[in-house]
Design a protein around this ligand. Structure first.
Ligand code: NAD
Ligand code: DAU
Length: 362
């Protein structure tokens, strides 16, 4: 049974992949809520995925960082926010290996500032408030081929700076519940895929590189296993957790789709062979290249999502076969979005690097 109805929602990181899918999902499935999207528009954020919401009078965008306590406080007051859905994060494991500091700033300090601003503004008014913290299965570390899947009681053992920063944020959220009765619920989900994913993650990168005639880089032996969750299923799980989740609890969210990376890349190549064959009629599989492995690469993730199924009645609707077909089809039909996002990211990169180079020596 549902115990909570959100009215005014603050979505953080709503210009990213999952956040933008969530905003579209919410605006189309709920005719009452208002949404404020707070996003810093880093390289991973873009309003190009939100053009369909721009004219909706229940939606508003605010550019800024979750680390800015005064901005967050103003939004919480002015928009009478009763629900926070916290997606904002640095999300890419490879980037956390080459530059971990941004992960500490946003994922740890940012989550702390957000929790604390909400605690201050919401005061004792907590029964009619919710903070949904979106986290990852990577906090649990890695599994062998025969280990049972992660449950909500699997001990944390994060292996990358990204995973460690997310585990820290989960623990901060947990501590706010235990110390202040702060109404937090955490979801730990597996690898998402679907429309509007930035082409640095495995699935969109492979689609984009394949179509551009570029190599398809497989890290190590390509036998690492992930569980794949279609993004719409994830959005539905978050909505269920907000409406019916138990305060202070965590829920694992997974797609029941454990697959080795090689199989993922083969499925993408096979779909492209069918939907947009190469000019030379050879398979896109010809472009696969084995490259050096990711340092500290987790071997296997697997998610036991029986708690959210049994207690909240959520199960995924999409199989990998149906979800990947929809995804490949979407990328084929949205080459304009892809070109625009690549240009936009290039512009951001240029401006960031120009600023750095042009600073006078101290
Ligand atoms: P993403 O990288 O696509 O988007 C992140 C968004 O956060 C971007 O729009 C970015 O501009 C924004 N952002 C970054 N720093 C910010 C800051 N300081 N203040 C405000 N906004 C900021 O990420 P995603 O894949 O959509 O992931 C969303 C959330 O889900 C993250 O918390 C991630 O850890 C979690 N998650 C993702 C996956 C996945 O497979 N993508 C799986 C499990 C959990
Ligand atoms: O498990 C949930 C996590 O999934 C999220 O918390 C992260 O935000 C999200 O980025 C994702 O992390 P991964 O590291 O699993 O995703 P990524 O798409 O980077 O890589 C998926 C797998 O594919 C991983 O085993 C590394 C491999 N890989 C990735 C890339 C980009 C390759 O073999 N080649 C590549 O070029």
């Amino acid at each position: 049974m549902d115990s909570f109805t959100p009215n005014n929602i603050l979505v953080t990181g709503g210009a990213g992949f999952i956040g933008s899918n969530f905003i579209r999902h919410l605006l189309s499935s709920n005719s009452d809520v208002t949404i404020t999207n707070l996003d810093a528009l880093t390289y991973a954020g873009s309003q190009l995925g939100l053009t369909s919401c721009a004219d909706n009078n229940r939606y508003e965008f605010a550019q800024g960082s979750i680390t800015d306590s005064s901005l967050v406080t103003t939004i919480l007051h002015n928009k009478e926010i009763d629900t926070i859905v916290h997606f904002a994060a640095e999300s890419h494991v490879d980037r956390s290996i080459t530059g971990p500091e941004a992960f500490i700033d946003t994922n740890i300090v940012g989550t702390f500032r957000l929790l604390d601003a909400a605690r201050t503004v919401w005061g004792d008014n907590l029964a009619s408030r919710r903070f949904l913290h979106v986290s990852t299965d990577e906090v649990y570390g890695t599994l062998s081929a025969t280990d049972p899947a992660f449950t909500e009681t699997t001990p944390f053992a994060p292996n990358s700076p990204y995973a460690a920063s997310k585990a820290s944020s989960d623990l901060l959220a947990r501590s706010y519940f235990h110390t202040y009765d702060f109404p937090v619920i955490t979801t730990n989900c597996s690898n998402n895929y679907g429309p509007f994913q930035f082409p640095e993650k495995l699935i969109p990168l492979m689609i984009v590189n394949a179509l551009a005639g570029k190599p398809l880089p497989i890290y190590g032996d390509g036998q690492q296993v992930r569980d794949w969750l279609y993004v719409d299923d994830h959005c539905a799980a978050i909505s269920r957790a907000i409406s019916a989740g138990e305060l202070g609890s965590t829920y694992n969210v997974g797609g029941n789709n454990e697959m080795p990376n090689m199989d993922i890349v083969h499925s993408i190549c096979d779909l492209l062979d069918e939907l947009q064959p190469r000019d030379d009629t050879k398979s896109y599989r010809e472009q696969i290249e084995f490259v050096e492995d990711r340092p500290g690469h987790d071997r296997r993730y697997a998610v036991d999502a029986s708690r959210i199924a049994n207690e909240l009645g959520w199960t995924p609707s999409e199989s990998f076969a149906t979800g990947i077909r929809k995804t490949v089809d979407w990328y084929l039909k949205n080459s304009e979005w892809l070109e625009a996002i690549k240009t936009e990211q290039h512009r951001k990169w240029l401006s960031e690097n120009y600023t750095k180079r042009s600073k006078p020596a101290a």
